[in-house]
Structures are given as C-alpha cells and as structure tokens.
Write a protein that binds this ligand. Structure first.
Ligand code: PLP
Length: 431
C-alpha cells in the first residue's frame, strides 16, 4: 500500500498558500481523486516523493526531460554556468549558440527569438502574424492547447465552426470573438471556413501532433489542407511544436509529415528543464519583431544563461548520437505494444497512440481523432488505471487529456516493469 502521509500534510498546507495548492492546475490530481505526491528529487527515469516512494516517471516534467532527470552533463554545465552569474540582461554567446543549434535541427526556422514559456512563444507568434498581415482573426483547433494567453483560451461548440466564446472567466468576449475554433482533423470544416473567410484570417495555429487531448495524431490530408489554404489566402501557418518538437522525430513533426509552416513555436526540451521557449520562422516575418521591426516583444529573463546552458546541453545530448531519439522511440514502441497486449489479455478496450517518444492510452473501443472522441473515452476507467499504476510505482500524468513521455534514461527493465504493472491495472479496470 502506497503511503503518502507527508504529501497529504504538505498538500493541505499548500492549499492554504496557493490556489488549489499548486502552481499549475493539473498537478492537483483533481481528475484522478487522490493526493499528488510532493516531489523531493529525481534522477534518470525515476522520481522520488517526500514519503520516500520512488516511481518510474512518464511525466518528465510534462515533456522537457528527454535526456532523463539530473543528467550528469546538464548538471555539470549548470553548476559551471551558475558560478559565472545567473542573469545579466545583456547579450551572450550562449544565445547565439542555442539559436544556431535550433536552426540546424529545424531548417524552416530562419530567425528566432527566445522567450521563457510556451505561452509566450505562441502569444508572440500570433502577434507577429497579426502585425504582418494586418488582420485580427485566428483559427485554432478544439482540444489543442497553446498556453494560457487570452486569445488562445477559447473553445467552441462541437461540429460546426463558431466564433469563439471565452473558455475562462477573465478572457474578454471581444478577444475571444477573434478566435475561430474548429474540430481537429476535420479538413472539411476548415476548408469551408477558409473558403468563406480566408482573407480575414491572420494565422492558423495547430499542434501538428496534438498532445493536450491525450495524444491525437494528425491525418496527413489535414495538415496538407492547413498548408495549402493558408498559402492561398496569405495567412500565416504556425506549428506549435512546444510538446512534439524533437519527440515525434528529431527534426519535429514538420519533418516527419513533410509540411513546412511559416512559423514554429518550441519550448520544453529547448530549456532542458529550465524555463525557455522560442518562436521563429521565415526571416521576413521575424524581422518585423522589435528592435528590427515595429512589433513589440521583450523579456527581462529571456535568453537566461542558465536556461540556455541546460537547453544547449540537452540538444547536444540528443543530436550528437544520431540514434538517440530513434532508440527512445523504439523503447516507446515496445511499451505501447506491451500495453495493447496486456489490455487485450484483460479484455479491456483501449486505444493506444504513439508519436516518437510520446504515447497515451484512452479507454475506448474507437480510434480517437479529435477532442469529441477523446472526451467520450471512459474517465472513470482511467482513474482506476492511474491509481493502480501509482500504487505500483508508475508515475503517469493524472489525466487522460495528457500525454506520457519516455526519455533516454528509461531502461529495458523500466519498460518491462511498466508493462507488468499495466497488466494488474487493466485487471482492476475489468473487475
Ligand atoms: N503549446 C503546447 C503544445 C503545450 O503543450 C504547452 C504546454 O504544455 C504550451 C504551448 C504552453 O507552454 P508553457 O506551459 O511553457 O507556457
């Protein structure tokens, strides 16, 4: 039986200090009805809580930790960097180094700007698209998450396109009205809207592999429609690869699917576990950004030397060995095949999706192609599965609307133990 006595006390205390006891909502474990373990440390593929429980970690800080926790090279580089000072608010060689590294992996990015979070990256990319085109309206897709900027916190009625309603109190209706939300993978709805309003659209923003409604894979014709329609109407196509970047494939979803966007947003991995993100793309768009151009965007800690150091070292680790991401993907495939097999043995219907080193599991007998499909999967079964996995030392994201991440530090034994644990968890779901 898992003991979480210290975490329970810490959570109670934290609830008196922070909204819901956390600094980001999904950490509160609301959907799975148990106490979140408070974390004391992490190393490689494992994470340890303040009660001394150690788990195999498939959250990976929600994606950044592709090289595993506390990688010795990242730790050493950070220690040396910290000794030289933690922030200068002035240009450094590190910023040019990470920019060059990112450009070499993502050739569609001709110029880029470093920021501190994925939210800032998408928000700023949209500002560039609006500033460049002189248009206000944007299109996003239901179930895609692009951070919490006002114009992106908008959902819509299912099926037909609607002009947006705010998803959260505090988002001005006037802001939401400029966001058109459409179902993911629905080229027909998208083509209809672009045929009608295409010349009013500043940008189409999409997770080319969607990871925020569980993992949902794009139909290639859908991504192709986004590219051809935006090109035809002079709208900017923005790929939000904050999550799938370097994971669907080393060179991203854009290389994997062979579609080149105008702009790309990156985050998570490029900070190596410290706060960093970036937006970039065609030079003629990025040259509109201040001080080269009139579109304002800035940041006190942007390009922070510690974040750049962790990002550079992580990118070096995954690029120096050309088989690194291929190996992590192969491990992930072993795991997803094992999960499917164990579910079948227990007689539990599941849909398991994988893209590179990301995967997720839905309790449904249908394929999951969009947010409506994902929402229709069995959340109660997921909670039973999640609790059983946690009890057995497997640390998963606490919601079916999230994606699991495998790192280069996960061993064959980690994968084998996870598959065994899933067998027990599926039996609990079936009972
Ligand atoms: N875009 C995508 C695809 C994300 O998954 C996230 C966060 O998970 C964001 C943007 C926002 O990033 P951040 O949480 O760093 O603001």
């Amino acid at each position: 039986m898992l003991t979480l006595t210290h975490s329970q006390a810490a959570f109670k205390d934290a609830q008196s200090l922070m909204p819901g006891g956390v600094n980001s909502p999904v950490r509160s474990y609301g959907r799975v009805r148990c106490t979140p373990p408070f974390i004391a440390s992490a190393k490689g593929s494992s994470i340890t809580d303040i009660d001394g429980n150690t788990y195999i970690d498939y959250v990976g800080s929600w994606g950044p930790m592709i090289a595993g926790h506390a990688h010795p090279r990242v730790v050493k580089a950070l220690q040396e960097a910290a000794a030289r000072g933690t922030s200068y608010g002035a240009p450094t060689l590190l910023e040019s180094e990470i920019a060059r590294l990112i450009k070499s992996i993502y050739p569609s990015i001709e110029k880029l700007r470093m920021v501190n979070s994925g939210t800032e990256a998408t928000m700023s990319a949209l500002r560039v698209a609006r500033g460049f085109t002189g248009r206000d309206k944007i299109i996003k897709f239901q179930g895609c998450y692009h951070g919490h900027a006002d114009s992106l916190l908008v959902s819509a009625g299912s099926g037909a396109a609607t002009f947006g309603q705010p998803d959260s109190p505090g988002v001005p209706a006037a802001t939401a009205a400029d966001t058109i939300t459409l179902p993911y993978n629905d080229s027909k709805s998208f083509n209809r809207i672009m045929d009608g309003f295409g010349n009013d659209i500043a940008a189409v923003i999409v997770e080319p592999v969607a990871g925020n409604m569980g993992l949902v894979l794009p139909e290639e014709s859908f991504l192709q429609a986004l590219r051809s329609q935006t090109q035809a109407h002079g709208a900017i196509l923005i790929f939000d690869e904050v999550m799938c970047g370097f994971r669907t494939a080393l060179h991203g979803a854009q290389a994997y699917y062979g579609i080149t966007p105008d702009m790309t947003c990156l985050g998570k991995i490029i900070g190596g576990g410290l706060p960093a993100a970036a937006y970039g793309g065609k030079a003629y768009l990025m040259d509109c950004v201040s001080p080269a151009g009139p579109i304002y965007q800035a940041g006190t800690l942007s390009g922070n030397p510690l974040a750049m150091t962790a990002g550079i070292e992580t990118l070096r680790i995954i690029t120096e060995d050309p088989s690194y991401t291929v190996r992590v993907t192969a491990h992930t495939t072993t795991l997803t095949e094992g999960l499917r097999q164990k579910a079948a043995e227990a007689g539990v219907a599941v849909c398991v999706h994988q893209s590179g080193s990301m995967f997720s599991l839905f309790f449904t007998d249908k394929d999951v192609k969009n947010f409506a499909d994902s929402s229709a999967a069995d959340q109660d079964a997921f909670a039973v599965y999640f609790q059983s996995m946690l009890e057995q030392g497997i640390y998963l994201p606490p919601s079916q609307f999230e994606t699991c991440f495998v790192s280069g530090a996960h061993t064959d034994d980690d994968i084998r133990r996870t598959i065994e644990a899933a067998g027990t968890a599926f039996a609990a779901v079936a009972s």
